[in-house]
Design a protein around this ligand. Structure first.
Ligand code: GAF
Length: 389
């Protein structure tokens, strides 16, 4: 099956890395989320895992007080900045870099000049969290390079804050948590309120996880993400009139919400009801996985998509098309949009014998409908970020 990274790690790139003589090398993965979407910032439940697609960071000190350079071999991009200058007015991916160094400084740590080279086989903008991989990988790399002794949880939280404060997405904690805390062959069931988590064994053979990338990334993703978060907070504030103990949608059940339907703006009501139902689905999905009941798991995935499409309204026509298309095919137990929405990938639970034919059929149908290529790749649960050297 074709991996969608076309610019593979060429011998030239590997030679460049060889000459670089890194002091520290870090592998930092992207993630998938099986179920539990837009629940993390509502203190709810999610079920992600890191995957075998990573950004590799090669780092060394450069002997300068505050001058730094970061280059991405895949994208031929080079970025230099000064640790002592606060307002960098960065564009695109460089915001993540400066966000991480600034958040590390806020914790009271001292950084010095460093050079960094990155090599990746993790598609960007596909909804599999290249951003969390970037933030968490750099944070771990700098911690190792300057002996900062950052704990895993500190890496997770400062990376999340880099995204809030320097990128502008008020994201939850799921992506960074998965990129750091995951273990091979397991998925995480995370309680985003207490941050307690179970590692659930993920042995689903003969099924596998197939990601179909729509190759669209609608511009609404950041602005609408923050709007959804705000709508949920509006719902919580209203619910507190009757249930003062409620702090987030996690603390409410459907009956309590339904009892006050008439007092809600219909849009806010739908957002809240989706989140409450999705939390229940994650709990049911965890039980189904433990019981090796993949049929039930797949049905929950479809129900999740339905809620994201109609109640939470973060899907798009390309994701809806692929989810519908999957229903007509044997061997697929479940499919849903994954991540923040408005583009990116669907995640499919598919029988390994059905995958090849299905990918071909989906590519043809998708191209016919949207005049755009679909890309496909499988994902395996993998370890969270680690130092390789
Ligand atoms: C994005 C965010 F970064 C996550 O925190 C999460 O909210 C997700 O969208 C939706 O479940 O990936």
């Amino acid at each position: 099956m074709a991996n969608q990274i076309t610019r593979a790690q060429s011998p030239e790139q590997l030679a460049q890395l060889g000459h670089f003589n890194a002091e520290v090398i870090i592998n930092s993965p992207g993630r998938v989320n099986l179920i539990g979407e837009h629940t993390d910032y509502n203190n709810g439940f999610v079920m992600p895992t890191a995957i075998d697609k990573t950004i590799q960071f090669h780092l060394k000190k450069n002997g300068k007080a505050s001058h730094c350079s970061v280059s991405s071999l895949n994208y031929d991009s080079f970025f230099e900045f000064d640790l002592a200058v606060e307002d960098h007015n960065e564009a695109e991916w460089t915001k993540y870099i400066v966000g991480v160094t600034e958040e590390i400084k806020k914790l009271g740590h001292k950084l010095e000049g460093f050079d960094c080279m990155m090599l990746s086989n993790l598609p960007m903008g596909a909804g599999i969290s290249s951003s969390a991989a970037l933030e968490c990988g750099l944070a771990r790399g700098l911690s190792e390079l300057f002996n900062l002794n950052l704990s895993n949880l500190e890496i997770v939280k400062l990376s999340q804050m880099a995204e809030h404060n320097y990128v502008g997405t008020k994201c939850g904690i799921m992506d960074q948590f998965a990129s750091v805390m995951s273990e091979e062959n397991h998925v995480i069931k995370l309680d985003c309120k207490s941050l307690e988590y179970d590692l659930l064994p993920f042995a689903i053979e003969p099924y596998k996880l197939l990601l179909l990338n729509t190759n669209v990334s609608h511009s609404l993703s950041t602005s609408e993400y923050n709007v959804r978060r705000q709508e949920c907070e509006t719902g919580v504030a209203l619910l507190q009139k009757w249930y003062p103990e409620v702090r987030s949608l996690r603390d409410v059940n459907l009956k309590q919400l339904e009892a006050h339907k008439a007092d809600f703006d219909p849009v806010v009501y739908n957002r809240c009801s989706y989140v409450i139902e999705e939390n229940e689905r994650v709990n049911k999905a965890a039980k189904a996985l433990k019981a090796e009941d993949l049929e039930t798991f797949g049905k929950l995935m479809y129900a999740s998509h339905e809620g994201l499409q109609h109640k939470y309204e973060v899907s798009c026509k390309e994701l809806d098309f692929l989810t519908e298309f999957s229903k007509d095919h044997e061997g697929i137990l479940g499919c849903r949009m994954m991540g923040g929405g408005f583009g990116g990938c669907t995640i499919n639970l598919i029988h390994q014998d059905a995958a090849e034919d299905y990918i071909e059929a989906a590519k043809k149908a998708y191209f016919k409908e949207f005049n755009r290529n679909l890309t496909a790749f499988t994902a395996m649960p993998a370890n969270g970020g680690e130092r390789l050297h």
